[in-house]
Design a protein around this ligand. Structure first.
Ligand SMILES: [Zn+2]
Length: 139
């Protein structure tokens, strides 16, 4: 799809890892090199590829892995992921089973629910923060 590049983890890094389903929040253990698995709880397919957004897109992003929003990109939609790193702009809600990192160029208009949040000097958020408790994603 336009503006979204996928990458697999390095082949040398073979081990199990724990991912949270971006739809229902249930954690599951998967092989590190797996690119997608069905969720045992909600039966939806969990994508496990890291996503990198390099231009403006208008859709939701759902992955058990990480999402990187480049500085030049704007996402109009919500993001559910294991980790979210933002250099660009998001108009939508964020949910992360792990860390959300907002760099100095990040602009978020939407609510953030995450296990942890790193808010660097200069980043802006307009919305509610709910950090540090294990959450199920909102439907
Ligand atoms: Zn699920």
């Amino acid at each position: 799809m336009l503006g979204v590049a996928m990458s697999r983890p390095p082949a040398a890094d073979r081990a199990m890892r724990t991912v949270a389903c971006p739809y229902c929040g249930r954690e599951t253990s998967v092989a590190r090199e797996a690119i997608s698995v069905p969720c045992a709880a909600c039966n939806r397919r969990i994508e496990l590829e890291d996503l990198q957004v390099t231009e403006n897109i208008g859709r939701d992003l759902m992955t058990g892995a990480s999402v990187l929003i480049r500085k030049e990109a704007t996402v109009f939609g919500s993001i559910h992921a294991g980790e979210i790193i933002v250099h660009g702009m998001i108009r939508g809600d964020l949910w992360s089973s792990g860390r959300v990192l907002l760099s100095p160029s990040a602009r978020v208009i939407g609510d953030i629910r995450a296990w942890s949040l790193v808010l660097e000097d200069g980043a802006s958020v307009t919305g509610r923060l709910d950090i540090g408790t294990r959450h199920k994603p909102r439907r």
